[in-house]
Design a protein around this ligand. Structure first.
Ligand SMILES: [Fe+2]
Ligand SMILES: [Fe+2]
Length: 300
């Protein structure tokens, strides 16, 4: 089968640390990898990007086609994406801008790359402007720390989870505070808004990943090496399932774009917060002394 046009660009990009020739030479190009909402399959596309207001932006223009591109539909369901930019690869949380902010950012994009204005003129869709956020980049305590053992690694992930949780709760409270002052004319959409939704889905994805790793690898290994910990590990595993049930309810509430039930979301988020904070503290108290003796990354 002949290589597709996109595939040829992707291979050239990776072989040349992000530089490509032909029609894209000199252009600002990145590779975005999303995950299929249903298939779970990775999907990589080369995209033009624009930096504006200190943000890394991509536009779901599909060259002005009537439908949103697949990568945009994917990131609505799975906001944690992988970005290849020059020689760098990093994970980001994809957050479509809304309301006035989207308008401002789109104007900034068009100033740099006027072609997007032509694409917008061709379609009835409002072209989504997506901010690719470095997760935790602006969260306190999330800077790089030396990781020498499994206790350090656990704390690093727990710190990320705590900071994301605080962030989503603060955004949610700000949303409610704005609503209660009656400032409905601020362009704020009904429901919770995509930003809260994307951040909450990213938190849930990170949480699923972390607990799956603990249940599937770390806890069984500890149960073998430290049999006296087994009752503790069983209790921690039960806490994972309790947190998982609240998380599933949150994801269900978020499935409706913007969430039809913001008050229920707020209540479930408070429940998740209490259960998760208690679990993280319990796990750290019980396991950190043991994990501190296990080198990480593992030595051969
Ligand atoms: Fe855990
Ligand atoms: Fe944990």
């Amino acid at each position: 089968m002949p290589m597709s046009f996109n595939q040829a660009i992707i291979e050239e990009f990776r072989a040349n640390a992000g530089r490509v020739g032909g029609p894209f030479s000199g252009g600002d190009l990145l590779l975005l990898t999303t995950t299929g909402a249903r298939s779970g399959r990775e999907h990589t596309v080369p995209l033009g990007y624009v930096r504006a207001d200190g943000l890394l932006l991509v536009v779901a223009s599909a060259a002005g086609a009537p439908d949103h591109p697949q990568w945009y539909r994917n990131l609505l369901a799975r906001p944690v994406v992988r970005v290849e930019l020059g020689p760098e690869t990093f994970e980001a949380v994809a957050v479509p801008a809304e309301g006035d902010r989207r308008g401002r950012l789109f104007e900034a994009v068009v100033r740099v790359a006027p072609g997007y204005g032509d694409y917008q003129a061709r379609t009835a869709r409002l072209l989504p402007v997506v901010v690719l956020e470095h997760p935790g980049a602006d969260a306190p305590g999330s800077g790089p720390r030396e990781v020498a053992n499994l206790a350090d690694k656990l704390l690093e992930v727990h710190t990320w989870l705590r900071s994301q949780l605080r962030y989503v709760r603060a955004e949610t409270e700000a949303h409610f505070a704005a609503g209660s002052t009656g400032s409905a004319g601020d362009g704020r959409p009904p429901g919770l808004g995509l930003q809260i939704r994307q951040h909450c889905l990213a938190l849930c994805e990170g949480l699923t990943h972390h607990h799956t790793g603990e249940d599937g690898a770390i806890f069984p290994a500890l149960a073998r090496s430290h049999p006296q910990l087994r009752p503790t590990l069983d209790r921690l595993g039960e806490e994972h399932r309790a947190v998982g049930r609240i998380k599933a309810e949150l994801v269900r509430l978020l499935a409706g774009l913007g969430t039809a039930e913001p008050e229920r979301f707020r209540a479930e988020l408070a429940r998740l917060s209490a259960a998760l904070e208690a679990h993280l503290a319990h796990e750290e108290a019980e396991l950190l002394p043991v994990l501190a003796d296990i080198p990480f990354p593992p030595r051969r």
